[in-house]
Design a binder for this molecule. Structure first.
Ligand code: PBG
Length: 307
């Protein structure tokens, strides 16, 4: 009689693929998660498929970075290489989503290119995002997922994709993305350090604000977003619930690196029953209105649900 039941079909697994690795590299702040080689990525995706998880959010970790983040749109950039291999191996059995941002690729670690004054240049950045989207679509992405929180990014990407003939490539917008301390472990995973002790508060949202979340989601839908996201998840269930009640596109939430790491760490100490806490949290995210959830627990939870 339960109202809300989590299933493997609700889950999207974020996965990291790094350039120049000879073996998968464990991410110490995300126990059980790896920077993958292209080969180990194929294997990992195969494991997820056997547990009923067939959607993936891909993050590339390049060997070299520059001030423009050019690896993000290079046809031979690591994300594009991985997308091509995954599509070749798994075809229509997988939904491939590509995180679309510059921070993994820029030497200064910001989500966009900088002005001479060192601030993020919104409009120059969204033009580059359109190029990234085209490169990802060309390589086989079914969904591109802009996560940089630049104003106008969805429209720029939609126009870029359409002009290159990728009308069918969908956009999942990280719409209500808060400037959050919960992304800590992720920065290790993608080896990003923001220059000069900087942060993302100029472009991500202020967690003291609730109504802005819905406003951002509506703006993205107006610009052509096919799906929207709230991020992080647990501390933002009010925002998620507002958005779910007010939009007519699929809504997702990202249970982020810090949320995963805290459960893992407390579980390792025997302070909580980690798998049960994870299931409770993710079910709550669905109950609050998420139609799908991005989580590093995807494979583990899906495997547990089979039993
Ligand atoms: C930006 C991006 C970030 C995350 C996903 N995409 C980091 C950031 O905005 O600083 C965080 C994901 C997580 O913490 O699990 N490319």
């Amino acid at each position: 009689m339960a109202e809300t039941v989590l299933t493997s079909a609700d889950l999207v697994a974020p996965l990291f693929v790094a350039e120049g690795l000879s073996a998968p590299h464990p991410i110490s702040s995300l126990p059980g998660q790896f920077q993958h080689t292209v080969d180990s990525l194929l294997n990992e995706v195969g494991l997820h498929l056997t547990n009923g998880v067939n959607a993936f959010m891909l993050f590339g970790v390049p060997l070299t970075k520059d001030d423009q983040g050019s690896g993000a749109w290079d046809p031979n950039g690591i994300t594009q290489v991985a997308l091509r291999e995954l599509k070749a191996h798994f075809g229509h059995d997988v939904v491939l989503m590509a995180d679309l941002c510059l921070d993994e690729y820029t030497s200064h670690g910001h989500c966009g290119v900088l002005t001479a004054q060192g601030t993020v240049d919104n409009d120059a950045t969204i033009a580059l995002y359109a190029q990234v989207a085209i490169a990802q679509a060309q390589a086989g992405a079914n969904v591109v997922a802009p996560s940089g929180m630049m104003d106008g990014q969805v429209l720029a990407i939609r126009q870029g994709l359409d002009s290159a003939g990728f009308d069918d490539t969908a956009i999942l917008a990280y719409s209500a993305k808060y400037a959050s301390a919960f992304y800590g472990p992720f920065r290790e995973a993608v080896q990003v350090k923001i220059a000069d002790g900087g942060d993302r508060r100029a472009y991500q949202q202020d967690y003291r604000n609730r109504r802005e979340g819905l406003r951002e989601a509506l703006a993205d839908i107006e610009q052509g977003a096919d799906m929207v996201m709230v991020k992080p998840a647990m501390s933002y269930l009010d925002v998620l619930s507002d958005i779910a009640a007010n939009v007519d596109v699929p809504v997702s939430a990202y249970h982020v690196s810090g949320e995963y790491a805290m459960i893992k760490a407390a579980g390792e100490r025997g302070w909580i029953d980690a798998p049960r806490v994870a299931l409770e949290q993710l079910t709550s995210v669905k109950r609050a209105g998420a139609n799908f959830i991005l989580t590093y627990f995807a494979n583990e939870i899906a495997e547990g649900l089979k039993r």
